[in-house]
Write a protein that binds this ligand. Structure first.
Ligand SMILES: [Zn+2]
Length: 470
């Protein structure tokens, strides 16, 4: 049998399948949501407990392990020079509501695992771990080491691997099973400026006295609300249907003492794909701009914002930064805004293609916002795109291994707007474990993972490790 067949039959053994599921179950049972840091637990007690459990698991499986200052756990396949880093993470996002089963008990039903972390990222972590185990158990010929790096802070800024790589060298090759198959080799850059203006309070009416919308910089804002002094609901309601038709958002307007309150409901989506959402802040700006407001600073700010972030413009056309190349189109999400009687602050999240520069993006924005009297108040740096050439040995080998167990011919690497765990790792790519056509419901209720897909992932990883560390 050749190596590919030996790996195949190794993982087709039901005992190995059972071991993999029980390893995942052990990790899912630890609620590893970020918490208050302590000296012994830099990301709180939950991630620390998951780290302890994972290090214990790896040691039981016969790997040499290390708890690296409680930031990451390390498992080495052998004691040779390290050729490959595999980055997976043990922390999870909170469970939220709407689960049909206990989120911290891994349950298998009809070949599908349910539980927080089964697909992001405890299941893929175990698939990689068992891939290393397979290479060792089968005695496949390797002259180099593969190191599994088990992080504890991927969901909240990746302080875990920043700490590790500030002290340790990168490996010649790295991949992370924390995204999609076939493979992601291009991640757009990010530009997320905070900007605003301030002014003295005035008493003229009608005026907008309060506006707030959005809850996180990387989510299309699903809600926005505003208060308008000096107008009644009856003055505003007739203007709503037009904006509702244009935007897809819904308004409710109610009277309050001295004015009216407006609530706008849009639809959330990830900032990297703003076309999937309905931006409630932009819809609100459109409606407010159509009202007969008094000339004052808040009115001018609202209308100037509407000019620069008009409805439907998710490409930065009005800001003057629209651009695209092979890595995709620049996208813009006006994510957060709060306005009071004395000023406003807002933040947008742009995902920028490889061709974006300080000159054609950052400076153009500064000018467009400056002309409206707005200033950038911080965070105006651009994180450059992450690009690994499609013809590198790593990318070619990984895609061949994917092809070997899926039968997909000539799979192509992908460019995405989001950033993955390897965004700051030179030459690193995201590789698995989501297969096209299966929705793992990551970060949502009833997160799930197909056991067959995890087994297939483990086979792909084992073949990749055997080839890359040969
Ligand atoms: Zn993840």
């Amino acid at each position: 049998m050749d190596i590919q067949e030996r790996i195949d039959s190794y993982f087709n053994d039901s005992a190995v399948r059972g071991e993999l599921i029980s390893a995942i179950s052990r990790l899912v049972a630890v609620k590893s949501v970020k918490g208050e840091p302590t000296a012994e637990a830099p990301f709180g007690p939950g991630p620390r407990a998951a780290l302890d459990e994972a290090v214990k698991l790896c040691a039981e499986l016969g790997f040499s392990v290390r708890d690296y200052d409680h930031y990451v756990g390390l498992a080495d396949m052998n004691d040779k020079d390290t050729q490959l880093h595999i980055l997976a993470h043990l922390d999870v996002v909170g469970e939220g509501s709407g689960w049909s089963t206990d989120p911290y008990t891994c349950v298998e039903k009809d070949g599908v695992l349910y539980g927080r972390g089964v697909s992001d990222d405890k299941g893929p972590l175990c698939a990689a771990l068992f891939a290393m185990k397979a290479v060792r158990d089968l005695g496949l010929p390797v002259t180099k080491n593969a190191r599994l790096i088990m992080g504890t802070d991927e969901e909240s800024g990746s302080g875990d691997i920043k700490y590790y790589y500030a002290r340790e060298p990168y490996a010649p090759q790295s991949f992370s099973p924390d995204a999609d198959f076939p493979l992601i080799n291009v991640e757009k850059g990010q530009f997320r400026p905070v900007f605003g203006a301030s002014w003295p309070a005035v008493m003229v009416e009608p005026r907008v006295s309060v506006l707030s919308g959005g809850f996180r910089f990387n989510v299309v804002p699903p809600e926005a609300s505003a208060e308008v002094l000096g107008l009644r609901a009856a003055d505003i309601t007739p203007l709503c249907p037009t904006v509702e038709r244009m935007s897809g958002a819904m308004f409710t307007v109610t009277d309050m003492v001295g004015g009216a309150r407006i609530h706008c409901t849009g639809k959330n989506a990830h900032a990297a794909s703003p076309d999937d959402g309905v931006n409630a802040i932009q819809a609100m700006l459109e409606l407010l701009s159509a009202l007969p407001l008094a000339q004052c600073q808040s009115t001018r700010a609202i209308r100037a914002l509407k000019e620069r972030f008009p409805l439907g413009d998710t490409r930065g056309k009005a800001l003057g930064i629209a651009q695209k190349d092979d890595s995709g189109e620049l996208t813009v999400n006006l994510a957060l805004m709060t306005l009071s009687e004395t000023g406003f602050s807002a933040q947008f999240d742009a995902r920028v293609p490889v061709c974006a520069t300080v000159e054609n993006c950052v400076q153009v924005c500064e000018k467009a916002l400056g002309e409206a009297g707005f200033t950038l108040t911080g965070g105006a740096q651009m994180v450059p795109a992450h690009v690994v050439a499609a013809d590198t040995p790593l990318v070619k080998t990984l895609l061949e291994c994917y092809s070997a167990y899926t039968g997909v011919r000539d799979p192509k690497p992908m460019a995405i707007g989001g950033g993955t765990y390897v965004h700051d790792i030179p030459g690193g790519v995201a590789f698995g474990c989501d297969f096209p056509g299966f929705d793992p419901k990551m970060h949502s209720a009833n997160e799930q993972a197909s056991v067959d897909n995890l087994i297939k992932s483990a086979k792909i990883f084992a073949l990749a490790i055997a080839r890359l560390c040969r």
